[in-house]
Design a protein around this ligand. Structure first.
Ligand code: PBE
Length: 300
């Protein structure tokens, strides 16, 4: 018996040690005394290829002379990027990501934007509402709501956080609309209820910010009587759908920088209703514990 007990105890110790070893990461923590590049394989963790922040980061790598210094931008998705970020932060490992606000990554993680002395990403961004030509004549009430839709980064973040917390986007949008009657009154000022359930289509890119804004606007348009369909697609088809009148509106044009290419390709075929959100920002970001990395120049 005692012998068996001893074996059992030894096994327990072995299992515990093994489990601990498996838990603790093999990758080292951020070392402020060493150059950053080799610590992260000269890699910036990015998102999907179609995103404007990826185009801007390619430009930044060139502008700061990092391409020759073997820096590279890794493609993934917002979900993969934020998951990699979360793991790195849990272990205090170094990481550089493509970042933007409004987004819950800045609420959930201790992140900071890197200064951008060459101004590749621009200072701040605005998000514009884009509608199809002829919408004003065909659906004046919807046009007016889309034209009057305007909110703050904090408000958009609150919906994004709810969705990130597991809420269905349509439910999160409904909850927001219910909680902000004065705001909705402004968006629907002078608008009358429409009859006959006219159809309306909005297209969007399945980024957290666009999921939030599109669902909120769709909820308000439904309340005034429209039969609204929302369709997720890639960035280029979102613009093309509004240009060809296959869709009526989209609320996800990040300008003047992030969506610049698509905006210049399509601006003559769509109607720009102007800013729906002010004070968005795009750039490179790192965890705050990387104290001596404060500018893109510091990646050198
Ligand atoms: N984003 C979020 C998008 C716009 C919205 C910053 C990832 C981009 O085009 O980069």
């Amino acid at each position: 018996m005692t012998f068996l007990k001893k074996i059992a105890a030894a096994l327990a110790v072995l299992i515990t040690v093994g489990a601990l070893a498996a838990c603790s990461s093999t990758q080292p923590k951020y070392d402020a005394k060493e150059p950053l590049g080799p610590q992260i394989n000269y890699t910036i963790t990015g998102i999907d290829a179609g995103a404007g922040v990826m185009t801007s980061t390619d430009k930044a790598l060139k502008a700061y002379g990092f391409v020759e210094k073997k820096w590279q931008l890794k493609q993934s998705s917002t979900a993969a990027m934020t998951s990699t970020l979360q793991k790195a932060i849990a272990d205090k490992r170094p990481i550089v990501v493509t970042g933007w606000t409004p987004h819950w990554m800045f609420t959930k993680f201790p992140l900071k934007f890197l200064k951008d002395p060459k101004n590749v990403y621009g200072k701040t961004e605005q998000i514009h509402t884009i509608v199809r030509k002829g919408l004003k004549q065909d659906a004046p009430q919807a046009y007016q709501v889309l034209d009057q839709f305007h909110w703050t980064p904090e408000e958009m973040s609150s919906v994004m956080l709810a969705v990130n917390g597991g809420k269905d986007p349509a439910e999160a949008a409904k909850a927001f609309v219910k909680k902000h009657p004065e705001q909705i009154a402004q968006w629907t000022k002078g608008v009358t209820h429409v009859s006959g359930k006219p159809k309306l289509t909005m297209t969007y890119i399945a980024w957290d910010s666009e999921i939030a804004s599109t669902n909120v606007v769709a909820t308000v348009l439904r309340q005034i009587g429209y039969n609204v369909t929302i369709r997720a697609m890639e960035p280029q088809p979102v613009w093309a759908s509004v240009a060809t009148k296959a869709a009526d509106a989209q609320v996800s044009a990040w300008l003047p920088n992030t969506s610049a290419k698509l905006y210049s390709d399509y601006k003559n075929q769509v109607v720009d209703l102007g800013v729906n959100l002010d004070g968005a920002k795009v750039g490179l970001a790192v965890p705050k514990y990387m104290k001596n990395i404060n500018s893109i120049e510091d990646l050198k």
